[in-house]
Design a protein. Structure first.
Length: 112
């Protein structure tokens, strides 16, 4: 409410490795930044729910580029994948898996 704030949007394009096919691809990251600059955690708790606190002690400088970088890193998915239909792994049929038969040995003993 009424104090200094940092608001805006940022985007960048990064090259990441698809976790499905392991090929690199470009991914656009987008982040909305809405931070209220406060001096303490207590003051940060008084901010509206849609505003995150940026705690900055008196006399401390804040590197805005670092804040934006942090927000973009948070937008990076844990497991990046190609968009549907663009992944080369989607064209490769899945390897057949043997049906697990946990009682096969018991069945063999019983038939003796």
């Amino acid at each position: 409410g009424g104090g200094p704030a940092l608001t805006g949007q940022a985007s960048c394009t990064v090259t990441v490795r698809c976790q499905r096919c392991l090929e690199p691809f470009e991914l656009t990251l987008r982040a909305s930044v809405r931070l209220g600059v406060v001096r303490s955690e207590e003051a940060g708790q008084r901010l509206p729910d849609d505003v995150a606190p940026l705690i900055c002690a008196e006399g401390q400088e804040v590197a805005v580029a670092d804040v934006i970088e942090d927000e973009l890193l948070l937008a990076l998915p844990d497991y990046p994948y190609h968009a549907d239909g663009q992944c080369q792994a989607a064209d490769v049929p899945a390897a057949p898996t043997a049906k697990r038969q946990p009682f096969a040995a018991l069945r063999a003993l019983k038939s003796k």
